[in-house]
Design a protein around this ligand. Sequence first.
Ligand code: FAD
Length: 382
Amino acid sequence: MAAEVLAQGGCAVTVVEHMPSVGRKFLLAGRSGLNLTHSEAIDMMLARYGNQAGRLESALRAFDGDALRAWSAGLGEPTYVGTSGRVFPHSLRATPLLRAWLHRLSTLGVVFETRTRWLGWDDDAVVLEHAGQRKMVRPDVTVLSLGGASWPRVGSDGGWVPILRNAGVVVNDLRPANCGVEIEWSADFANLFAGQPLKNVALSISGLSVRGDAMITSSGMEGGPVYSLSAPIRDAVDRGMAVLAVDLQPDLEVDRVADRLRRRRPKDSMSSTLKRTMGLSATTIAWLREVVAAPLPTTPDELAALLKEVPLSVQGVVPIDRAISSAGGVSMDEVDESFMLRRKPGTYVVGEMLDWEAPTGGFLLQATFATAVAAAQAALLA
Ligand SMILES: Cc1cc2nc3c(=O)[nH]c(=O)nc-3n(C[C@H](O)[C@H](O)[C@H](O)COP(=O)(O)OP(=O)(O)OC[C@H]3O[C@@H](n4cnc5c(N)ncnc54)[C@H](O)[C@@H]3O)c2cc1C
């Protein structure tokens, strides 16, 4: 995106990419439906960026969700708003968008140097490496958009962290964000239920609550509500212990749950009671038994209280290479309002390299694009 803005501004632009082709994570993001941005109003959107909202505000206001949608439409990929307010291209895929985009960039004269790695600086020169050969270049402007460290096999491996730290730039540790959690299941449970959903549950931690379907994995849980809470879960694990409260009946108050449980027929087993009166699936009942690891309470009031708040101990979040995005990165104190490194005038840092995080929902690509536009526009004016 920075290359496009700079090239449209009349600059000669070279995109340096160490992988054999560009945009591999963008293509990966498109595999499960490319969620480009979110349709919510900018003030609500800003809140998604937590304590970094202030630092991202002017970039996001200048290049907001509507601007991103117009850009996509301009490349022949009009978008639509899904039921959750998330915005997708009609094709849902990243491939046609990336193809059209690369064509536009080539037309603008942008040159791509793939299999070429950015290695940092040697005095005032930028060091690149291709096929084992190093070369020095002296661009007027450098925009670093080297990503975080999730899914390193698509290219963003975080190799830039020590390079920037050696240059005196404060880089906060890259940590997993929007990721699953690790839970020690018994072998039998993991074998039988990995890949099965817990439908319509509400997960809560640290005063935050998110509803949706969670997925059981062989070593924990993942899915929308888990990803959404992964930041407070990660922070609670760091503090020593993370216990999630899982509400298996988010549509009913606890008294209504108890009333229903009182409809238990004398001959009904616990499982058939939970199935018949509460509509719990066999998977959810097995999950409940696994998590509680003790006989379930038999009085309706006690059982209702448990169903409304099952305590789930989480051992950790998954490693960063399996996370959707990274938290941490270049400290916002190290960049000016247009994301230029204070210690390296003429070098800008954009996208996931910067220390901000946001939930899934299109907010990651939105801020990535917006910071790139802001940096490139500032570079044009400099
Ligand atoms: C499975 C998955 C699904 C996702 N789905 C969505 C979604 O639907 N919506 C959304 O908003 N976000 C989504 N994301 C997140 C989104 O893809 C990222 O936030 C976004 O790609 C970050 O863009 P970036 O340019 O900062 O970094 P990246 O897209 O990671 O790009 C960085 C590039 O820099 C290259 N590079 C790294 N180091 C060097 C070096 N030293 N020299 C040369 N090149 C280098 C890498 O190879 C890479 O191509 C998803 C992520 C994953 C993993």
